[in-house]
Design a protein around this ligand. Structure first.
Ligand code: SAH
Length: 346
């Protein structure tokens, strides 16, 4: 009979400690192994050099360490790096390293494919295959940190959950990954440097508030008018703007954190004055920042970036209402690494 070995990174620290006690060893051995797994990013038991050979063999007999492999790395002429990452079962996701003078940001995936159906997003054309495990999210971060040190001589500074998938539809695993990334026994990064981006799942936004999470929230809004939003993000019919707004009010009341909105302005879709007025009405209840993202074409021209006059109208009207606006230029377009372009093409 073939014994199916368990992935050791599915165990909590407590479970690891209990395992060693059950083996007649000491609890602290569990701490040592935990540190190898989550602080030093070990992918092999044989790398755990302060653990005896015999114990390493015993671990080998019981467990595997499933881990990702960077299958292909592409570098853009603006410095952006895209990793195609192979998971232990052969599926592929993508993550992106975005360098700027001051920061290195990792854009990580939370699911293989995506179950949402945003019309303008390349990932939506891959159906959702499965959720990523906490270690698979964690490994993407470690891989990008290594690349940042190697190519830019500095560690990773920020993480955004803006790769493939809807993080709030894999909430538990995203939370566990963030716990390992932020805890002192893990990578020790500040949660303030992490942003989770969602298309807006009201129930889960409330759950995040209840869980008292310390990372930031970004909402991919793109329109504050239900009909328009439903036409480009059909799941809005299930999670309409009134519910989203109520959840965000709840979030703000609990966390007092600024809310970031991601927003693309498209020609003929959301480029009129009434679109901006609706956006202002939607977000002015709390300190907000609107990130105007450049559209990255993915198709035959159904969507086109609005002209500068429309963008200027957004900027001046939002600013007149004390809403912070930033205009985000795309990075890594030449290697299909920009927002909404992740589709396992190469
Ligand atoms: N599902 C989550 C995480 C993905 S983040 C979310 O929707 O927030 C990816 C971001 O890129 C989202 O803000 C999304 O709306 C945006 N996006 C998708 N396709 C795009 C495209 N073709 N051009 C520019 N931005 C796009």
């Amino acid at each position: 009979m073939e014994i199916i070995k368990k992935d050791i990174r599915a165990l909590s620290k407590e479970q690891l400690r209990e395992f060693f006690v059950a083996q007649g060893d000491q609890e602290f051995r569990g701490n040592q192994v935990y540190e190898w797994l989550w602080n030093k990013g070990a992918h092999k038991f044989e790398d755990m050099t302060n653990i005896s050979k015999q114990t390493r063999q015993m671990l080998e007999d019981h467990f595997v360490i499933n881990h990702i492999e960077v299958d292909q790395m592409q570098r853009s002429n603006d410095g952006t790096i895209k990793n195609a990452v192979r998971l232990h079962d052969g599926l592929i996701v993508e993550s992106v390293l975005i360098p700027t003078k001051k920061r290195t940001t990792a854009c990580v995936s939370s699911q293989v494919g995506c179950s949402l159906d945003c019309k303008f997003c390349a990932t939506s054309r891959l159906k959702r295959m499965r959720n990523l495990n906490p270690d698979e999210i964690f490994d993407q971060v470690v891989a990008i940190d290594k690349e940042s040190r190697l190519y830019f001589n500095k560690p990773l500074t920020n993480i955004v959950f803006m790769g493939m998938g809807e993080p709030l539809m894999n909430y538990n695993n995203v939370l566990k990954a963030i716990d390992k990334i932020t805890s002192p026994e893990g990578l020790g990064m500040s949660p303030k440097r992490i942003v989770v981006s969602t298309s807006g799942v009201p129930k889960m936004i409330k759950k995040m508030a209840d869980d008292d999470v310390k990372f930031g929230l970004a909402v991919s809004l793109h329109s504050a008018i239900d009909d328009v939003r439903t036409s480009i993000m059909p799941f809005n019919a299930t999670f309409p703007l009134a519910d989203l707004r109520e959840a965000l009010e709840y979030w703000y009341a609990k966390t007092k954190n600024l809310i970031t909105y991601e927003y693309v302005v498209w020609d003929g879709i959301n480029d009129s004055k009434k679109d901006v007025e609706a956006l202002i009405q939607f977000c002015k209840f709390a300190p907000s920042k609107v990130n105007l993202i450049e559209y990255n074409p993915i198709d035959d021209g159904q969507f086109q970036q609005a002209d500068n006059a429309a963008l200027d109208m957004y900027i001046s009207m939002l600013e007149a209402n004390n809403i912070t606006v930033t205009v985000r230029r795309s990075r890594g377009k030449d290697i299909d690494a920009a927002c909404g372009q992740l589709a396992n093409k190469s």
